[in-house]
Design a protein around this ligand. Structure first.
Ligand SMILES: Cc1ncc(C[n+]2csc(CCOP(=O)(O)OP(=O)(O)O)c2C)c(N)n1
Ligand SMILES: [Mg+2]
Length: 615
């Protein structure tokens, strides 16, 4: 091929681009990559074969899962996640997982094959314009390598950029370039760019004047609240210290649920549509808000305009002021910035009445939550209350567990009912909110920490979308795990329930059976077929034993929890006008489940103190 237009001087030891790729991955600290084969990457696969397992190639059942695993790996480990796919269809399949990383701001490097450079532009078999395909998902850096000498700098830039911008990046390597020779030592000559794996992060703290303004604001307030986001991971001590000093109530974004122990008396739980009444109460009555590393998009759940003077701490200046009116922006790392703020804040007179109010919100929510979880479904065709399924996990969740969650109604029950012991990580596709995150995330977490028990919570729609396929990966690998416990709990409601509730709440329409209904699958028996254990649960009294059996099993377990789809996804503390459409949609539906759902909704609203009219 026509590479090497650069004059390289004397003959010197050469290596293949693919071998250089594998060696460079190790230098970047990558010891596991997630991928799927194709002839477009055969030279890279051969190099991985020669590398003898470092990095290890984890194969998935679908490239999308490789990308989700890379995103999950980044979330659980803090490292760069790497995925590998072939040209054309394989590359296309990566997209959703890469967008997941992009929207939740995680560093991922995608390595994809491409047809040979001699055929590019000819409309070749599997030829897809990959630069354009990845242009948005990997907007910070996507590059096609067209010569071997260019390869090292492109790979290094992809890693540097992924780390520096917390986003996915993409390296496209045409098949012939993968097989081309590269000098082991970069020649010191015009047109060849030296590169290295050196990387460093800045220590970012805001200017003193900004901190002083924040201090002034906080000293003048009477009813402070903290909204804690994923930027506060690693800053729990400082967040706690600020909350205690100010006497503030605390709420978190969904992503930041694991940051703080939720049993703290002033912790009001997760905010937003899927959040708690305590969080809604806190946000609607505070007069000052400190947003710490959160860019939570549930804007209608922030304080109303003009209600609260707001300080926002964010390491990314462009995030400041983007979701609510902010008076003082503090551009800085959460931990260091909070430390600065605490150092300058001095003692603050404690507003005991506000403290008591906040603790009252939190206590009240805990009562509401317990009531909802314990609510039994009456009637002949009674099904399990899904809230109880998740509630019953809380006391049994091992202190060293790792949790992965899917998108669907289970996120509501996770946010509201699962008590995470301190230090238990939990992740899901949050900002992209893509179905199909629980299994690939769970596998990535398990491979990163095979000695920790894993619990994956998923809906039946998500299981049918990809979970059943990825369970095959679990079945193929569990014997290698130091702790074989990998518990998948499927909330089997035969419904795309979250969307069914959205059809009612957002549109005032009845649930559309054709689009919402799911075929029944015996998830427990499918697990048994794969050599795993399966447990079917259909009554509330079986739950404790089911979780216990699953968490003490000698192999992965699938719990098929047959639950009631007629369980409202009720946003917290909303005026009747906002809930009216839900009643309207339900009223237009026939049959006992709709009547049950209506009564359930009315009861849950009453539990929040609303006496909704019967129209
Ligand atoms: C890839 C993808 N497709 C569609 C959606 C829209 N969506 C959000 S939740 C949901 C229902 C999920 O159903 P299931 O997994 O059964 O969970 P349930 O809500 O029934 O508990 C759907 C279709 C999405 N978020 N992601
Ligand atoms: Mg479902």
């Amino acid at each position: 091929m026509a590479h090497g237009r650069v004059h390289l001087g004397h003959p010197q030891p050469m290596t293949l681009v693919s071998d250089a790729l594998v060696a460079r991955l190790r230098e970047w600290g990558v010891h596991r990559i997630f991928g799927y084969a194709g002839d477009g990457i055969d030279p890279i696969l051969a190099a991985l074969n020669r590398a003898g397992g470092d990095p290890e190639l984890v194969t998935t059942r679908h490239e999308e899962m490789a990308a989700f695993m890379a995103s999950g790996h980044a979330k659980y480990t803090g490292e760069v996640g790497v995925c590998l796919a072939t040209q054309g269809p394989g590359a296309i399949h990566l997209l959703a997982g890469l967008y997941d990383a992009k929207l939740d701001r995680k560093p991922v490097v995608a390595i994809v094959g491409q047809v040979v450079t001699t055929a590019l532009g000819s409309g070749y078999l599997q030829e897809v314009d990959l630069q354009t395909l990845f242009k948005d998902a990997c907007g910070q850096y996507v590059m096609t390598v067209t010569s071997p000498e260019q390869f090292p700098l492109v790979l290094d830039n992809a890693f540097r950029t992924a780390l520096a911008t917390s986003t996915p990046t993409c390296v496209i390597v045409p098949h012939d370039v993968q097989k081309a020779e590269l000098p082991e030592q970069t020649p010191h000559t015009h047109g060849v760019v030296p590169t290295s794996t050196a990387f460093s992060r800045p220590r970012v703290i805001p200017p003193d004047a900004d901190v002083d303004r924040a201090v002034e604001l906080l000293q003048a307030c009477e009813r402070p609240a903290l909204l804690v986001g994923q930027g506060a991971f690693g800053a729990a001590d400082e967040v706690l210290a600020l909350a205690e000093r100010l006497g503030a109530g605390v709420t978190t974004s969904l992503l930041a649920k694991p940051v703080l122990e939720e049993s703290l008396p002033f912790h009001c739980g997760v905010m937003g549509h899927l959040g708690t009444t305590a969080s809604a109460d806190l946000m609607s009555s505070c007069d000052a808000l400190v947003v710490v590393g959160s860019n939570d998009p549930w804007t209608e759940f922030y304080p109303a305009p003009g209600q609260a003077r707001t300080v926002q701490i964010d390491v990314t200046p462009r995030n400041i002021g983007t979701k609510t009116e902010v008076e003082v922006g503090l551009a800085g790392d959460a931990k260091d910035t909070l430390a600065e703020l605490l150092a300058r804040l001095g003692p603050v007179p404690a507003n005991q009445a506000w403290r008591a109010t906040v603790q009252g919100y939190a206590r009240n929510w805990r009562d509401v939550r317990e009531q909802r979880a314990r609510d039994r479904r009456p009637g002949e065709d009674a099904r399990l209350n899904p809230q109880l399924v998740v509630r019953e996990l809380s006391p049994q969740l091992p202190a060293d567990a790792t949790v992965s969650v899917d998108v669907g109604s289970v996120v509501y029950w996770y946010a509201r009912h699962l008590r995470l012991p301190a230090g238990v990580p939990a992740h899901l596709s949050s900002t992209l909110a893509s179905m199909g995150s629980a299994l690939p995330y769970g596998i990535a977490a398990k491979l990163a920490a095979p000695d920790r028990p894993l619990v994956a919570l998923a809906g039946d729609g998500a299981m049918q979308m990809n979970g059943l396929a990825e369970l095959i990966t679990v079945a193929a690998r569990w014997r290698d795990w130091a702790d074989p416990r990998f518990v998948v709990c499927v909330l089997n409601n035969r419904d795309l329930a979250e969307v069914s509730w959205e059809q009612r709440e957002m549109e005032g329409e009845p649930r559309f059976d054709t689009s919402q209904q799911l075929p029944d699958v015996p998830y427990d028996r499918y697990a048994e077929l794969l050599g795993l254990r399966g447990i079917r649960v259909s009554g509330p009294d079986e739950l404790t034993a089911a979780w216990d059996a699953a968490l003490s099993a000698d192999r992965p377990v699938v719990i098929n929890a047959v639950v009631d789809a007629a369980t409202p996804l009720l946003p917290p503390a909303q005026p009747y006008e906002k809930i009216k459409a839900m009643y309207q949609g339900l009223a237009a539906e026939q049959g006992p489940p709709a009547r049950r759902a209506e009564e359930q909704l009315r009861r849950e609203r009453a539990g929040e103190g609303f006496d909704d009219p019967r129209e």
